[in-house]
Design a protein around this ligand. Structure first.
Ligand code: DGJ
Length: 552
């Protein structure tokens, strides 16, 4: 099995892409590539440095400002209802499924017409594309498996419960299904390699929220045999156990069923990923239906076997062809969202959020994601087909509903390369408003940044009330010891000297409002007087400040 192409960063490795092209050095410059030729020949890839990651697109760090369409919207006839929403959102990337049932209507006969349309129209609309391989698993079930396979009971093997009842999920021990899935996914990746030299497609998701609802593990004959066999050594090591010749129950006790199923599903998805990667080594990932990160309760509460936070090391060990494991976030609770981001941002796993609810309150979590050095962020259900997944997402989907997310993307879109580079260097901090907590603070270098929500712009207003709804958020990116890029919505930020310099006062030496163009900050005006006396107030206007500080 091939391993994931995440590499520990050296300058030389960065400069020479895997396809031999000389890429721009993201440490030197985060601007777009200098020539179209370089853009054409540079593979998207992940690089790692000091436990932090960047997604290189056209040879430089890229912040994926995404939008995922509804499940049934990646059909050519529906795309006219997709593009206006993508445009309204100011997204730079769209995420769209490829349906196995459409892609392989007869065994071995592949229909590339839809995927070609998705790639071609993404290119025409000036956005990058993430393809989602809807195959053996789409949220637990095999709904997208081609009919000819569904009608073949020999190959279409479902999981069994302990008392022999068939379940919605396919058995991860079904080798014939696995072979069929690998074969089709390899064909997709081979086709992309041939037809996408521009690298419009920058990432591919393998399956969708794989795992099982309704049982913790499989009891098919093959599964029963594997459960009593020794746990593979890499799994024991990944879970902090000493190598030993022990079966699952003995090794993991009450967690054995879930860990066993996670290993079985991860191995299957990992093999599909490896088959695709052998054809075309784009970065690949698997997404997770999350468990409650603070109070998970028993395993029946979540989709067992998927890459939930408790089994990430198992997935890493069993599916090395996957470059990252990604959380789908549908929980409007600051503490939980923050925890999820913390759990999925690991030295061995970059944070990427392929789905987040499109309900307006989630737009503020974009800033939290920036602070957690996310490679990308993508509200789900972005198209104007009139389907809404309320109460998970917004009640209505139109430009107005998208506006809070659109503001986020409008704000950072022109400087996404800079932010991606600064994030890679560990210089970006983010906050989002937490209901009932109207004040937060950040410690950055020798500075303390107070963030307050709900204050009028003029005057001290000692006690911030918080916004009527928690809509505030901001990021602070350090450019130099005493210089920061600052932007956000519905909040006030104020810099203070830190506890280490109690006798010094902060001085706003220069507060410049401007925009980023072609990697350069373009000055518009200075903020001074009322605009700085009470702190730096952010409203619903997408405003970027470059703040230079001093002390007296
Ligand atoms: C998460 C899944 O990954 C999506 O495909 C979709 O089904 C949403 N849940 C619900 O709309």
């Amino acid at each position: 099995m091939r391993t994931a192409p995440i590499c520990v960063l050296t300058l030389a490795a960065l400069l020479a892409g895997p396809d031999g092209a000389r890429a721009a050095d993201p440490l030197e410059s985060a601007t777009a590539p200098k020539s179209a030729t370089a853009a054409k020949s540079t593979m998207p890839r992940l690089v790692q440095k000091d436990g932090r990651y960047a997604l290189l697109v056209d040879g430089a760090p890229f912040l994926l400002l995404g939008a995922q369409v509804n499940n049934s919207s990646a059909w050519p006839a529906v795309l006219p209802e997709v593009w206006p929403a993508i445009k309204a959102l100011h997204a730079n990337t769209v995420e769209m499924p490829v349906y196995w049932e459409q892609f392989e209507p007869r065994p071995g006969a592949f229909d590339y017409s839809v995927v070609d349309t998705l790639v071609g129209q993404s290119r025409k609309n000036g956005v990058r594309l993430v393809l989602l391989w809807f195959a053996t698993w789409k949220n637990n079930g095999p709904a997208y498996v081609p009919l000819w396979l569904k009608q073949d009971p020999q190959r279409f093997a479902r999981m069994l419960t302990a008392d022999g009842r068939p379940l919605g999920s396919i058995s991860p021990f079904s080798t014939e299904m696995l072979e069929a899935d690998k074969h089709a996914f390899a064909a997709l990746m081979r086709h992309l390699k041939k037809t996408d030299p521009q690298h419009t497609v920058i990432l591919v998701q393998v399956e969708n929220e794989s795992g099982t609802w309704g049982a913790v593990r499989d009891y098919s004959p093959a599964a029963l045999k594997a459960f009593d066999a020794p746990v593979p050594a890499p799994i024991l090591t990944a879970m902090g156990k000493k190598p030993a010749n022990v079966a699952w129950k003995e090794a993991f006790g009450k967690d054995a069923d879930e860990f066993f199923h996670a290993w079985a599903v991860a191995r299957y998805v990992g093999e599909v990923a490896a088959a695709g990667k052998a054809e075309y080594p784009l970065p690949l990932y698997a997404n997770a239906a999350l468990r409650d990160p603070l109070a998970p309760g028993p395993t029946v509460n979540w989709e067992s076997g998927g890459p939930t936070d408790d089994v990430l090391p198992i997935w890493k060990a069993a599916a090395p062809a996957l470059d990252l494991l990604a959380p789908d976030i549908y929980m409007d609770d600051y503490a939980k969202v923050d925890k999820v981001m913390e759990l999925y941002r690991r030295p061995d796993n970059p944070l990427f959020i392929p789905e987040i609810s499109n309900a307006p309150a989630y737009a503020r979590f974009f800033f939290l994601a920036l602070g957690h050095q996310a490679l990308g962020f993508s509200p789900f259900g972005v198209d104007f087909t009139k389907y809404v997944n309320f109460p998970l997402g917004a009640k209505k989907m139109n430009e107005e509903a998208l506006a809070p997310f659109a503001l986020d993307y409008q704000l950072v879109g022109p400087m996404m390369r800079e932010l991606a580079r600064l994030g890679f260097e560990g210089k970006v901090h983010g906050v989002a408003e937490k209901k009932g907590t109207p004040a937060q603070s950040l410690e950055i270098g020798g500075w303390k940044v107070d963030v307050r929500y709900g204050l009028p712009q003029f005057g001290f207003g000692e006690k911030p009330p918080g916004n009527p709804e928690p809509v505030g958020g901001a990021f602070v990116a350090q450019l130099a010891d005493d210089q920061f890029l600052v932007a956000g919505f519905h909040c006030r930020l104020d810099f203070q000297t830190s506890a280490a310099a109690p006798k010094k006062q902060r001085d706003y030496v220069r507060v410049e409002e401007g925009t980023y163009e072609n990697g350069k900050f373009k000055f518009r005006r200075l903020w001074n007087g009322d605009q700085t006396d009470w702190g730096l107030n952010f409203t619903s206007d997408p405003v970027v400040l470059r703040v230079t500080l001093g002390t007296y």
